[in-house]
Design a protein around this ligand. Structure first.
Ligand code: PEP
Length: 251
């Protein structure tokens, strides 16, 4: 059975005090579970402190992005080894906002996936179609292509540890959610792509999240679906009660 994963993407929100309060509030309320894993992805300046606060508790820390090189003259960037040295365990790669505003491409996503694995970070690889692509029935083609390119030249042994987040761009931060059936259909197509590339065993192990306006009110139905193994959540992960409700719904 695949362990569910609920990850909160805080984007560029919260003060350091708000971030620390959140971590203090939730850490004692989460119990180690075989069923669900909880991850929060705060802004980069808060990673160290939140990793320290949550050490030994059933909540993991993820970064929202990283550079693909281990070190170098890349002013302003953060390397994968810097993240893992801080106690970070996950990293979101290729979020649609990174692709849209920071020129991330399938090629840079591929390099970052490789670098993440080499630094013992688990990548949460985001894929998803625009509204225009959905309306022209290109969703499966777009998403399968993104998955294929993200994992190019990686082995099945590494890919089975990755998390893939299916996030239709038109559903992010808009209040519009894909129906549970539609989300499941695309997550199924993603699993089929992984199977074609790496075989059924890897495809059965890889975890696929849905993301796009997930909240306590709609998560339960999404999680009843066979191919949805959790959620990547933006807005509804910012409030500690709402985040705890999401974890509870997945438990
Ligand atoms: C996200 O940022 O990955 C996301 C899914 O945001 P929201 O839940 O706010 O739509």
């Amino acid at each position: 059975m695949r362990k569910r994963i609920i990850a909160g993407n805080w984007k560029m929100y919260k003060t350091i005090d708000e971030a620390k309060n959140f971590a203090q509030e939730v850490k004692g309320k989460l119990i180690e579970s075989e069923i669900v894993e909880a991850v929060i992805c705060p802004p980069a300046p808060y990673l160290y402190e939140l990793a320290e606060i949550t050490k030994g508790y059933s909540i993991k820390i993820g970064a929202q992005t990283m550079h693909e090189e281990i070190e170098g003259a890349f002013t302003g960037e953060i390397s994968p080894t810097m993240l893992s040295n801080l106690g970070v365990q996950y990293v979101i790669i290729g979020h649609s906002e990174r692709r849209m505003y920071f020129n991330e491409t399938d090629q840079s996503v591929n390099k970052k996936v490789k670098a993440a694995f080499e630094s013992n970070l688990t990548p949460i690889v985001c894929v998803g179609e625009s509204l225009e692509e959905r309306e022209s029935n290109k969703t499966v083609e777009i998403v399968s292509n993104q998955v294929t390119k993200a994992f190019l030249n990686r082995t099945g042994e590494t890919i089975e540890k990755a998390v893939i987040a299916y996030e239709p761009i038109w559903a992010i931060g808009t209040g519009k959610t894909a129906t549970a059936d539609d989300a499941n259909e695309v997550c199924h197509a993603i699993r089929n792509t992984v199977e074609e590339l790496y075989g059924a065993d890897v495809a059965n192990k890889v975890r696929i999240q849905y993301g796009g306006s997930v909240k306590p009110e709609n998560i339960e139905e999404l999680l009843t679906k066979e191919h949805i193994d959790g959620a990547l959540v933006g807005g509804a992960s910012l409030d500690s009660n709402s985040f705890l409700k999401l974890i509870e719904a997945a438990s």
